[in-house]
Ligand binder design. Structure first.
Ligand code: PLP
Length: 382
């Protein structure tokens, strides 16, 4: 039967495609899986203990208040107020089933079909997929030097149907962290043109610094313009618990909440309890994991400096390396298949993150341990 829906033939899941390649693949040696970015370590013990304890509580299976557990919203507001200049109130925090859901409900709350969003390239594929499904035009903002987008280029793309500029910092797949000054300049543009600035901060703990990522909340009227999106998946190693957050003005929170009501009713209680325990009691653990991933990043940059096998690291950071492959005659998807077949390395083709093939691949180096990063370089140069 013809499905005739909004997905058939229109969008494709890059992670699903990557895992499909593994069907029928027999490894000659252990697989180096650099496809889906996921912590390779378990959550902190304090989180596991809380999850186990909650399961026995009287209300453990019940819905939670739709915007999220009040204690978690408050803890998230306090955490952000501590780490950024300015102040965030509990009412500005909406808990979602992960950062992907946070983006979807915000995007749908602020756009109608035919509107457009300025989307910095390379994009996070699920953002682009959702906007396609919602019939929202993407106006792609090409990166400038060092994979950093320019405010002037963004300004030139805005028209009367533009609803927001969308940034991801640190970037997935580029790994690039945008400076607080640049983020502030994007905010100024958005204020001047009366559009929103939406920033996905999933990897904010992986910037290699404790300095504030931006000072957007310091502006008293930030709630008119700024929306930030957050994830607990990587920070607490709980991607399967599905918990994230929208931080925004109450107008956006109110509209996004109607969509949460339809698709999830509320984010899972168990995930929210896990996130709360982590926010309150795992600060040191989070810093240690971020430091560990930062060390892997340094090692990854070192081994890639020699361009093993002609693979060139264009930019990197957070969990990712954005890598130019040397096979000028082959589509990126074919290079991905070849890497799996001949080297037992699984990566995502750059075409998942850009509208055209630019000879790029995404490597989630943070999935690997120290020995595996050395092994990656060895296999690439074979
Ligand atoms: C930029 C970005 N946003 C959102 C997500 C999804 O996060 P969550 O697991 O919280 O839905 C990811 C996960 O890879 C990501 O890289």
């Amino acid at each position: 039967m013809l499905l005739r829906g909004r997905t058939d033939g229109l969008i494709h899941s890059p992670i699903g495609n990557a895992f499909a390649l593994l069907d029928g693949h027999t490894h000659a040696r252990p697989l180096l899986d650099l496809s889906q970015a996921a912590p390779s370590f378990p959550p902190p013990p304090v989180v596991a203990e809380r999850v186990a304890a909650v399961a026995y509580e009287q209300n453990s299976g019940r819905y939670v208040p739709q915007p999220g557990l009040p204690e978690l919203r408050t803890a998230m507001a306090s955490e952000l107020t501590e780490r950024y200049p300015g102040s965030i109130a509990t009412e500005n925090v909406l808990i979602t089933a992960g950062c992907n859901q946070a983006f979807c409900v915000v995007a749908s709350a602020i756009t109608k079909p035919g509107d457009n969003l300025i989307v910095a390239l390379p994009y996070y594929f699920n953002h682009d997929m959702w906007l396609e499904v919602e019939e929202v035009e993407r106006r792609y903002l090409e990166p400038g030097p060092n994979m950093v987008p320019s405010v002037d280029d963004a300004a030139a793309l805005i028209d009367e149907h533009t609803r927001a500029i969308l940034l991801v910092s640190p970037g997935n797949p580029s790994g690039v962290t945008l400076s607080p000054e640049l983020i502030g300049a994007f905010r100024d543009l958005c204020v001047a043109r009366d559009i929103m600035l939406v920033i996905d901060e999933t990897y904010r703990s992986n910037r290699g610094t404790d300095a504030a990522a931006h000072d957007l909340y310091a502006e008293p009227a930030w709630t008119d313009t700024v929306v930030t999106l957050h994830s607990f998946s990587k920070d607490l190693a709980i991607p399967g618990y599905r918990v994230g957050a929208v931080v925004a003005g109450t107008a956006v929170v109110t509209e996004a909440l109607k969509l949460i009501d339809c698709v999830a009713i509320c984010a899972p209680r168990i995930g929210q309890e896990a996130a709360l325990a982590g926010l309150l009691h795992a600060t040191e653990w989070r810093a240690e994991q971020a430091a560990r991933i930062h060390e892997r990043h340094q090692q990854f940059k070192e081994v890639m400096a020699a361009k093993p096998g002609g693979y060139e690291l264009v930019s990197s950071g957070a969990y990712f390396g954005w890598v130019r492959h040397p096979h000028t005659d082959k589509p990126a998807q074919e290079v991905v298949s070849d890497l799996l077949k001949s080297k037992d390395i699984l990566v995502i083709p750059g075409t998942a993150f850009t509208p055209t093939d630019q000879q790029m691949l995404r490597f989630s180096f943070a999935n690997l341990d120290e020995a595996e990063i050395d092994e990656l370089a060895r296999r690439l140069s074979e």
